[in-house]
Design a binder for this molecule. Structure first.
Ligand SMILES: Nc1ncnc2c1ncn2[C@@H]1O[C@H](COP(=O)(O)OP(=O)(O)O)[C@@H](O)[C@H]1O
Ligand SMILES: [Mg+2]
Length: 235
């Protein structure tokens, strides 16, 4: 890997997070290089959302460090959009008293917010709901609105926490195509293996907070440790 790409990446170095006696993340290291789609998978409770929350600054690591563009970095939730990092949260979290268009404008960073918000809604195929209130809309539509809100800021790093949760196979296929088409760096936290396998350049597998595998989709799907972790979780 060239020095230049190391300078432009987000990296986690030996991150551990403990909640009382529970180790949610155990010495996790990960590099998210520019333009790459990096997946984080693992059974329920593996620590995926915790890893996401560490990068968003919602959770302070117990030990370890982060770097952004090669420099030590302590993430703060209110700094993310300025740094070009946009995220969607697990589930849907929209303001009920605002229209869809207004909700997406919240994510826009500068003037022309309304036309940019409309363009993001259009890209996600939901512009016809612009003047509706999100509470009345089906879940799959709200997930698309959530994506539009993240995309409107034209982030350099797009972080998605279980974007496929609650979606059917057609919606998941649509989502995969959209993720591939964004052209930005993506960190995708997901437990739908099919989606992750079809869009990611590389995948980190967590099991009880421990990194058990890191590699290409081909390497991950051929790794017996990964199959074991999932079978163990299903038993
Ligand atoms: N704020 C918290 N306080 C205590 N325990 C937590 C907290 N957040 C997560 N956990 C625990 O940490 C583990 C990992 O959770 P999480 O990161 O949400 O997993 P995943 O997203 O992979 O399902 C789980 O055992 C969960 O109960
Ligand atoms: Mg989670």
């Amino acid at each position: 890997m060239s020095t230049d790409s190391q300078l432009k990446e987000l990296a986690l170095h030996d991150i551990s997070v403990r909640f009382g006696g529970l180790t949610a993340l155990d010495n996790v290291s990960l590099r998210v290089a520019p333009g790459r789609i990096v997946g984080v998978i693992g059974p329920n409770g593996a620590g995926k959302t915790t890893l996401f929350n560490v990068i968003c600054g919602f959770v302070q690591p117990t030990s370890g460090s982060l770097t952004l563009d090669g420099r030590p970095w302590r993430p703060r939730p209110h700094h993310l959009s300025r740094l070009g990092i946009a995220r969607t949260l697990q589930g849907v979290g929209q303001f009920a008293g605002m229209t869809v268009l207004e909700n997406v404008m919240v994510g826009a960073r500068h003037r022309h917010a309304e036309s940019e918000a409309l363009a993001a809604l259009e890209r996600c195929g939901v512009d016809r709901y612009a003047s509706a209130y999100p509470g009345a809309l089906p879940y799959a539509i709200r997930k698309r609105i959530e994506l539009a809100r993240a995309l409107v800021a034209k982030p350099r790093i797009l972080m998605l926490d279980e974007p496929a949760g609650g979606l059917d196979a057609d919606e998941i296929a649509w989502l995969g195509a959209l993720i591939k088409a964004t052209g930005t760096t993506v960190l995708l936290v997901e437990h739908h293996m099919d989606l992750v396998m079809s869009v990611c350049d590389e995948i980190l597998v967590l099991d009880f907070g421990k990194p058990i595998a890191l590699g290409s989709p081909e390497e991950i799907s051929a790794d017996p440790k990964v199959t074991e972790a999932y079978l163990g979780a299903a038993a």
